[in-house]
Design a binder for this molecule. Sequence first.
Ligand code: FES
Ligand code: FE2
Length: 364
Amino acid sequence: MDGTLTIDGLDLSAPPPGRCLPAGAFTSAAVFEAELGRIFARSWMHVADLPELCAAGDFVAATIGTTPVVVVRGHDGELRGFLNACRHRGTTLAEGRGNCGRQLRCPYHAWSYATDGRLVGVPERQEFAHCDLGAMGLVPIRLATLGPMVFGCLDAAAPAFKEWAGELAEALGRARGAEMELAFDYVYDVPVNWKVYVENGLEGYHVPIVHDFLNDFVATDGARHFFEPHGSYTHARIRPEFLATVPPLAHLSAEEQGTVRFGHLFPNLIPVIAPADFSYLRIDPLGPERIRLVARSFDLGGELAALRELRREALDRTNQQDIGAVTRVQRGLHASRHATGVHSSFLEERIGHFERMVSRALAA
Ligand code: FES
Ligand SMILES: [Fe+2]
């Protein structure tokens, strides 16, 4: 049983079937703070992609909730994740992405760390005789890879990544996700709460109203939903007219070639596994009513790369349509703090599952 959970005067207990969390849950700064600590800091989070971490010294700086982290390809070939904070006085060691050469060097007093995290250089070393410098390497975080993606986790008590990822691991394995190359990407700044954007990605109810291309591509009738402890999926059929434009893929069954899987991996990743490509939307929480939306698409290259231009335009068009819709949702949520919306029994069923996950995580 989910007990009563109140934050900022809002009832955040798991809503009864068909009902949504109160509007204030999507605008409150106190709820947002609680989510950073109880959801983002305790979850497996997408932090980087393998195509940008190929060579020794390649790094990507990312944030898990509010915690800066860095992923580095070591000179021994290993991929590692660390807290992105110098052990001297805390400066971030890396920003953005790039190649650090043999060492991550702090820009403040030039402490330097090998790509395996060891502290290897300290100017005026004799001044630190009172410190055990040998024990002051970078602090490692948990790291896992899946298809072309890299995930990090700050919480030693979180389940193993394989358990967290569920169906996504198997689906990306069959689609040869680990061999995919980055085709294109977009970044958007959107004035909405992170849950508003996730929920938009969980339902097909708006698709015939808001979208054109997406509606031409997938048939929402006959869609099936699947639920996991840390995610959910819609399997939808690709319309035969569209399917005819894609070259046949020897590594997939006919059933798989005709199916697109719209997924959600708690808390903030929306993976979309199509037969010939893989895309994700990552919703970075920047504030109670602000996100950065990172949209990236991958494919196996070769003759499939010919479809990139069409896919690139379609993804941006679809995102812009969603951004227009959710921006109005966010404004409307200010009408009444305690109002609870409703969701449909099948088409928006996955929203109920998501809100129960949010409520459970906040209560833990
Ligand atoms: S804070 Fe990094 S060397 Fe001083
Ligand atoms: Fe949409």
